[in-house]
Structure formats: C-alpha cells, structure tokens
Design a protein around this ligand. Sequence first.
Ligand code: HEC
Ligand code: HEC
Length: 414
Amino acid sequence: MKKFLGILGLLLLAAIAVVGVNMPSSFWSPDEINLLRSLSLHSLPPLPPDKSNRVADDPRAAVLGHKLFFDARLSKDGIVSCASCHIPELNFQDARAHGRGIAETRRRTPSLVGSAYFSWFFWDGRRDSQWSQALSPLEHADEHGGSRTQYARLMETFYREEYTALFGALPNLQNVPAHASPVGDANARAAWDKLTNVEQQTISRVYANMGKAIAAYERRILPGASRFDEYVDAVTRGDSQRANEIFSADEIAGLKLFIGKANCVKCHNTPLFSDDAFHNTGVPQHAETENDLGRAEGAVENFADEFKCWSEFSDDEKRDCPHLRYMQARAGESIGAFKTPSLRKTQYVAPFMHNAWYTNLREVLEHYNRAPAAPYGQTELEPLHLHAAELRQLEAFLLTLPAPLETAPHLLAP
Ligand code: HEC
Ligand code: HEC
C-alpha cells in the first residue's frame, strides 16, 4: 500500500511537471502567440522613410534639431522650448493637465516616444507630418508665441553654418521686420502682409526647414525593450520556466484580458500599442470650457494647414497624399474621436487622456469597464463587466510596458 501511494505520488509529480513545462503552449493558443508577437518590439519595422523631409535621416539634421528642441530663445519671451512641455525625464510629457508655455494649452501634453511612426499628429491629428507638426507650437500664442521672421533671424544669428550645410544659404533677412507671421497677433499679421510673395515664401521655407531638422531629432526618440518583450520572447521560445519568472500570475492574467475579454488590442495594437487612428471612447468633458470635437475639427484644420502633405514645402516630388484625401472623405464620421496614444513609455505620467480627465490608471480602467455615454458623438466602447480583481490584473500588466528608451542618452538633455 505504502509503495503504491509512493508511486502514485511520483506519477502526480510527473504530471504536474509536464503540465508546468507545457504551460505556454497550452495556456496561449497559437493564435494568441501570434498576436503577442505582433505586439513585441521585435515586430517593429525600421522607421519608414519620410519622403516629405529630405533630411529626416541625415545625422547632421538630428544634431541641429536636438539643439532647436532645447533652445528657449525660440520663443516670444526666451523661456519656452519644446522641452518645457516635452520633458525627457517625464516620458516627454509634463505631468500637467494642460501644457504651460506662454499660456496654457487646450489639451494635455502627449508623449513623443515612437511618434515618428505615426501618420497623424496631435490628439485630433491636425498635422500630417512630424515636421509640419513641429512648426505649430513655435507660432502658437499659448506655446512658444514667437513669429516666423523672428525665427528666421535666430537661425541666421545662432545656427547659420549648420543650417547652410543642410539646406543651402539663408536668404537676406536685413530688411525683414523683426516680427512678422501669417498666424501671429494683429501686428505680426499686418507686417507679414506687407512682405512680397517671394519674401513670404522664402521665409516660410526657412521655417519649414527648422521643422524638418526638429523632426530628424524626434525620429531618434524610440521605445526600448520592456519586461513584456522579454516575456513574449520566452513564450515564443516555449521556455515556460523563464516566462513565469518574468511575469507574475497577475501580469499574465492581465495580458490575457488585454488581448482577450477586455479587447484593448482592438485599438492598442502593433508594437507601439496604438493603431495610429482616432476613436470615440467617450472620455467625459467639461461642456462649457472644452466643447472638443476632436478628430472632426482636426481633419478640417489639416486641410487649412499651409504645410500639409501636398504643399510646396514637402520634399516629396509626387505628393499624391492618398491618406489625406481618404481622410477628407471621412472627416464627418469622427466626432469626439481622439488619437489612440501609444502605451510604450519610460513611465506612466498622470494625468491621463487628451483632457487629463483621469488622475490614475485605476480610473482609466474603470472608465473602460463602465463605457459611459460620450459627450459628443457615439462611444465605440461597450461595458466590460470585469471584477475588481481583473481590473487589478490589467493594471499589473500595463505596468510591465514602461522601459528605458532606445535613444542615445546625450539626446535626452540639451
Ligand atoms: C506649452 C507646451 C508645449 C510646447 C512648448 C510644445 N508642445 Fe508639443 N504638444 C503640447 C500639447 C498640449 C500637445 C497636444 C495638443 C493637441 O493635441 O491639441 C502637443 C503635441 C505634440 C506632438 C504630437 C504627438 C502625437 O503623438 O500626436 C508632437 C510631436 C509635439 N507636440 C512636438 C513638439 C515640438 C517639436 C515642440 C517644439 C517646437 C513642442 N511640441 C512644443 C504641448 C507643448
Ligand atoms: C476603441 C479603441 C480603444 C479601446 C478598445 C481601448 N482604448 Fe485605450 N485609448 C484609446 C483612445 C482613443 C485613447 C485616448 C482617449 C482620449 O484621450 O480621449 C486611449 C487612452 C488610453 C490610456 C491613457 C493613455 C494616456 O497617455 O493618457 C490608457 C492607459 C489606455 N487607453 C489603456 C487601455 C486599456 C487597458 C484598454 C482595454 C481595457 C483600452 N485602452 C481599450 C482607444 C482605445
């Protein structure tokens, strides 16, 4: 009898061992493993070339753009730079509800990590290239608040050599007013209107080139491998022991929810955990102060932008811009939609959402669980009916995504 029990015990142990070893293949189906791999950084393709920006991958342009990004002289009062709001140590965010430059911005500062992979910029996608995006805050009254001729002159004073090496000689700016811009205050606009078309065009070209150099820098701000990527590697190798060392049971359960019952991957997909598209997720708004229609407004603004995809400032000879034309046809469908943010980061920086409505991840997850009615348009979410324990597991999984950047450290400081 004793002997029989001993054998039974051994058999049981063996069975447990077999189940344990087989865990990844039995726990994750082949389809799930494929999905996990599609989210891994290994699946991130090399940065697609930006044909609209001739210097996008020119290292000299990245050096110049790096300097411009941190240069507070590029502002109305000499104290605002891109890095005032996009702080490298804070995942290129600022931990505020509204970005603060000359005044406060309308929406929350998003991260720049991996943003060169996107086709649309801003929460409402009102710019269609990284370089045209960079031009917008420079002249915006609430952000840098400077003017186009001011910036052209600053390039001449401080960056003449670097600029010339990349883009050719600067135009003669001797007789150009100190502050003139087509989008500035009334004085700046009046001064701009007095310039000839050729003068306006050459100054705008200098301005566009500044954006192209900044974009070349931003292309270097790339996500690094996280614990999630290590986990996927181990699962793909069939190394369950290693996989279970990397992730806790809660983190595994949270990942299962993320790609399964909670269907977060519907929008947070690809290795950047963003589909580069716009969705109405019903984030509440302060009706009186916000009145934010998101993508529906951004699409219209994109067409009004003088630096848009098919403008003369693009370096792409063809300029056929199919994505922009397609978008034009669909603009009306996207009331209340905002761009899916990437979940790749160096750390989670609260508050969350385009308008900073939620102050922690738990609140974000409760939002998805409830799926409230949208303030404008129709929410795409459905209530998830998850238990508190499942929400905790989802949160545990989300916290496996942050990792140090795949970016040379000297690029993260002035
Ligand atoms: C005053 C704070 C502030 C300053 C200064 C600022 N930004 Fe931003 N940035 C924001 C805010 C807020 C948004 C989102 C605005 C919106 O979507 O309406 C944003 C959006 C962006 C985006 C879009 C990211 C995405 O995924 O859609 C990029 C890229 C960016 N900024 C780069 C820059 C660069 C380059 C500069 C300097 C030329 C700069 N920003 C200056 C606050 C700032
Ligand atoms: C229908 C598309 C969609 C689905 C499904 C979805 N998200 Fe989102 N997610 C978005 C959009 C769009 C935003 C930005 C919304 C806004 O700012 O108004 C967002 C924002 C977030 C943020 C805040 C990021 C930040 O920087 O502020 C987190 C975290 C997040 N989602 C996690 C999740 C999780 C976890 C799930 C699954 C429970 C999920 N999402 C499901 C589209 C989606």
